[in-house]
Design a protein around this ligand. Structure first.
Ligand code: AMP
Length: 210
């Protein structure tokens, strides 16, 4: 039976967003990225966006209750299955999630700190379609248009060097306890994020479809 209620876990830069886009194209799950939803709130200058922006710019976590209230209805509406990307990030969020959804599998993509820093420094995102590029893999220095839609490529404010180290610290302190949490529930699968993205993708598809 296919696994359709999926969580992507891992440090920033491990490839969650890149994998998520390919997984939803292939399996038709609803992609729920709390980071993307928050960036949208920020760009529309909503109340939530205004509150979240300071936390995001510093690489800190937005308070749990705001995130839970933001994502809960979207998860409940995704009846055919969902792919959670960037949620949960704390044990309080994981506890809340377990009250309104059962998770089939947690895909834990690992990546060491030095590689996180290298990847995030080189990451660029398309303003038009959200496609993720990286100067290390698929983008030439000075190239600033999306190959798919022609949109402008930009560097996220929180991908600047001074914020990246803090984001990794926050991941280690607040999010790594979830590895144990989901391991104890018997749903954790760990993948090596330093393998190429095609390799990680094919492992993920094997896990989700067999
Ligand atoms: P991401 O795009 O997943 O790296 O998220 C960007 C930023 O959004 C994070 O550094 C946090 O400030 C905020 N954020 C995203 N998801 C969450 C979450 N589940 N809990 C708290 N803050 C979050």
């Amino acid at each position: 039976m296919a696994l359709t209620r999926v969580v992507l876990l891992g440090p920033p830069g491990a490839g969650k967003g890149t994998q998520a886009k390919q997984i939803i194209d292939k399996l038709g799950l609803v992609h729920l990225s709390t980071g993307d939803i928050l960036r949208d709130e920020v760009s529309h200058e909503t109340e939530l966006g205004k509150t979240a922006k300071g936390f995001m710019d510093r690489g800190e976590l937005v308070p749990d209750q705001l995130i839970i209230d933001m994502i809960r209805g979207r998860i409940e509406a995704a009846e055919a299955g969902f792919l959670l990307d960037g949620f949960p990030r704390t044990t309080a969020q994981a506890d809340a999630l377990s009250e309104f959804a059962t998770i089939d599998v947690v895909l834990n993509i690992t990546l060491p700190r030095e590689e996180v820093v290298r990847r995030l420094t080189g990451r660029r995102v398309c303003r038009g379609c959200g496609k993720i590029y990286n100067l290390t893999f698929n983008l030439a220095e000075g190239e600033n248009a999306c190959a798919d839609c022609g949109g402008e490529l930009y560097q996220r404010d929180d991908d600047k060097a001074e914020v990246i180290e803090n984001r990794y610290d926050v991941y280690e302190d607040s999010t790594t306890p979830l590895i144990d949490f989901y391991d104890k529930l018997g749903v954790l699968r760990t993948l090596d994020g330093s393998a190429g993205s095609e390799c990680v993708f094919s492992e993920i598809i094997d896990i989700l479809t067999t």
